[in-house]
Design a protein. Structure first.
Length: 414
């Protein structure tokens, strides 16, 4: 009986994203049935003023291409500013920034180290109200020429938070990077697309555009968890500030191409998400600014294991269930399998609609190895919960993929 209860609780936890998707799909279907189409965003009368803020720690290798992609943005030059924050750098990051004719703020603080502190410090050095939105961009990222223009079309940009579509710049490097591309498509095209259609907030990440009114309402930058964007997402949701996904605003991030390179980043993301749940879970449940579905959805996001870890956990739990056969073992097996089926359906759609579907599908032959490794990372992340140190992922020069999308990818963004 105890095993039944334990497996039932695990199944319920893993089912939360599926339950939220079902409610979202029902809401969208009801809107269609009653012909209540979503109100399209209004084109702003005045082109929004955007600040691209790039925190960078020892990023001389990849900062140059990042700044070149920002310089190529199709956006009025007098409405766009770029600032690089050279944070505790020991290399030529500041020199690279100034060589690109970009304003560079140099920060030296050995006690408060890491990206969140660099962002908070920089926002305190500049007149934030001079802009309508601040785009926080990682120094190893590349942006599509229409990235800024797509974000600027968000209705109420100054009062909202807008998240672009984070694509993978080095998709073809390894099976790991190809799987990462598929997960990215699942997240930003399908899951976030469904959230947008029924008014749910989307999780935040690289390339997030924070409206300056929203930033002021939140009391400035207050996200210092191991994964600062998860904390930003929780903070904004508690306050009822809209976090909208913009699928036409593409940016390209470098994905780790080996398990060792990826480990520290994955542990940080997992531990950071758990930190945010512990810090903000009560406030999310008590917030008067959000409804029941939004509460369900953000709790589902903060407790989600991630696709591979979910697959591994569900597999082990189903095997234990089948061997021990506790009361209700058949129903428990079905409940544990449903979340895996959800992710599998999303992944099949992403592979089928994306470029090079055969190569993407073959990359998943690596999934069993990755799943075992991901479970180990999930367990290892627990030791970071009491550690506030921000961990940087190792960088490498991209050698295979073009940074910007092919015509096939461009036509498949909807």
């Amino acid at each position: 009986m105890l095993l039944s209860v334990a497996l039932g609780c695990l199944a319920l936890l893993m089912l939360l994203p599926t339950l939220s998707d079902i409610v979202a799909a029902a809401r969208v279907a009801a809107r269609v049935a009653f012909r209540r189409a979503a109100t399209p965003g209004a084109t702003p009368d005045v082109t929004p003023r955007l600040l691209v803020l790039i925190p960078a720690h020892d990023e001389e290798t990849l900062l140059g291409p990042c700044l070149a992609s920002v310089a190529a943005l199709r956006y009025p030059a007098d409405r766009l500013s770029v600032i690089v924050v050279a944070d505790n750098c020991t290399d030529a990051t500041a020199t690279v920034a100034r060589a690109a004719a970009v304003q560079c703020l140099e920060r030296h603080d050995t006690e408060r180290r890491g990206k969140p502190w660099a962002i908070a410090w920089a926002l305190g050095q500049i007149p934030v109200d001079d802009w309508d939105s601040v785009i926080v961009l990682d120094a190893d990222s590349l942006v599509d020429p229409d990235f800024a223009a797509a974000l600027s079309r968000v209705d109420g940009l100054r009062q909202s938070v807008a998240q672009g579509y984070i694509d993978v710049s080095n998709r073809g490097d390894t099976a790991l990077t190809r799987m990462a591309w598929v997960w990215s498509a699942v997240r930003f095209r399908y899951i976030n697309g469904l959230k947008n259609r029924c008014g749910l907030n989307v999780p935040l990440g690289d390339g997030v555009a924070i409206g300056t009114d929203a930033l002021r309402r939140a009391g400035g930058w207050t996200a210092f968890a191991l994964s600062e964007t998860w904390e930003l997402y929780a903070t904004m949701t508690v306050l009822g500030i809209r976090c909208v996904g913009v699928t036409s605003a593409h940016l390209y991030a470098q994905e780790a191409r080996a398990l060792r390179q990826s480990a520290s980043q994955r542990r940080r993301w997992t531990a950071g998400r758990m930190q945010v749940l512990l810090r903000h879970g009560r406030a999310l449940l008590a917030s008067a600014h959000i409804g029941a579905h939004q509460r369900l959805d953000i709790l589902a996001e903060l407790t989600a294991l991630g696709p591979a870890a979910q697959l591994g956990t569900a597999t082990l739990a189903i095997l234990l269930d089948a061997v021990a056969r506790p009361p209700g073992w058949g129903w428990l097996a079905v409940a544990l399998a449903i979340p895996v089926c959800r992710v599998a359906v999303y992944a099949i759609l992403a592979v089928a609609r994306g470029p090079e579907p055969l190569r993407s599908a073959l990359a998943f032959t690596y999934l069993p190895i990755y799943t075992v490794w991901r479970l180990a990372v999930q367990v290892g992340s627990l030791r970071l919960l009491g550690n506030g140190a921000w961990i940087r992922t190792a960088r490498h020069r991209s050698t295979t993929d073009a940074a910007l999308p092919t015509e096939q990818e461009d036509g498949d963004r909807s």
